[in-house]
Design a protein around this ligand. Structure first.
Ligand SMILES: C[S@@+](CC[C@H](N)C(=O)[O-])C[C@H]1O[C@@H](n2cnc3c(N)ncnc32)[C@H](O)[C@@H]1O
Length: 310
């Protein structure tokens, strides 16, 4: 069974058809690419220090062309034989920051909300996690997950192309719930955290990663028209104080937290696999401490939270 009877039932249909009954004019093209991927043999998978898979296949050039058809690759990198999918984000850097918090993933059931293409889920398996359920409404990421897992063949990671609040899980509980890069996109951050809290197993933990605004904003920064660092739909960027107040109101306590980390051009940049606008268009050209909209440049932080019992 995958995590719970409920999750088993909800996730089954996406094993063979990653998009389920979703309608999108891009799906046909993605399915053509996915169906034309070579059947891998003699597979060797590595997930602890990187997401890498080697297999017998001699036309890597053709394979690279097919995978480029799933552009833009925002999360990664992934290594398939000699092909390196050099994504916009070097997601390994965020993962290293998480690992420094010394959380044990061995044997854990995990929910990764807003998982992107599953890069982190594979790294979680590499750290010994038992099963990881990914929720990701952006079908482009879903197509990429399907392509990578075609080669890796993991039965321990499943992806459902739905938003957390639309899936409506009721009888499933997770040891760890990751919400990375989501809080500032929420119209109702309190509701988001409450939804996560409801799905925690006893002694479960939420791993929250988000952008933090400087102290001078009090509880939070509210970007005008939802635009921040060239990103749309950014509703609230909490300060560290604002986050901790929110946690307290919701009966969550901070078990551990990371340092602040400013995003740099090394971690997010345009590449052959994501040839569109990237971090260089997020900051003011004449003052890199500001975003193009004039707000403080992004700094990110991890919090590990558990229910405080109040
Ligand atoms: C900024 S990206 C972060 C991706 C990844 N977690 C990371 O940290 O690199 C946010 C992702 O969350 C997804 N997302 C946004 N709202 C969501 C929701 N309510 N439920 C599930 N996924 C959501 C988006 O489609 C997007 O892929």
């Amino acid at each position: 069974m995958f995590i719970s009877e409920e999750v088993e039932g909800l996730s089954q249909e996406y094993i063979d058809n990653p998009f389920g009954k979703k309608r999108d004019k891009r799906i046909e093209g993605w399915l053509q690419i996915l169906n034309a991927l070579p059947r891998p043999e003699n597979i060797h998978v590595e997930l602890d220090s990187q997401v890498s898979v080697n297999f017998s296949f001699n036309d890597n050039k053709l394979l690279e062309e097919k995978l480029l058809g799933l552009l833009p690759w925002r999360k990664g990198p992934f290594k398939l034989n000699e092909i390196i999918i050099d994504s916009e984000w070097d997601s390994g850097k965020k993962w290293e920051r998480f690992l420094k918090l010394n959380q044990n993933l061995k044997g854990k059931s995990i929910l990764d909300v807003g998982s992107g293409n599953g890069y982190y889920a594979f790294r979680m398996i590499g750290e010994g996690a038992n099963q990881v359920l990914c929720l990701e409404p952006n079908l482009m990421h879903v197509s990429q997950f399907a392509s990578i897992n075609h080669f890796i063949g993991s039965k321990s990671v499943r992806m459902i192309p739905e938003r957390l609040e639309h899936l409506g899980l009721k009888n499933s509980y997770f040891d760890l719930i990751f919400s990375m890069g989501l809080l500032y996109h929420q119209r109702n951050p309190k509701e988001h955290l409450t939804d996560l809290k409801k799905l925690l197993s006893k002694k479960g933990k939420i791993i929250l990663e988000t952008i933090i605004s400087p102290k001078k904003y009090g509880k939070l920064l509210e970007p005008k028209d939802g635009n921040y660092a060239s990103m749309p739909n950014v509703h609230y960027i909490h300060t560290d104080y604002g986050c901790k107040l929110l946690f307290k109101q919701l009966g969550l306590k901070v078990v551990t937290e990371s340092e602040l980390q400013a995003t740099e051009g090394e971690e997010q940049r345009r590449t052959k696999w994501m040839p569109f606008k990237s971090f260089e268009s997020a900051l003011d050209k004449n003052n890199k401490s500001l975003t193009v909209e004039g707000y403080p440049a992004p700094q990110r932080k991890f919090y590990v939270l558990e229910v405080s019992g109040i």
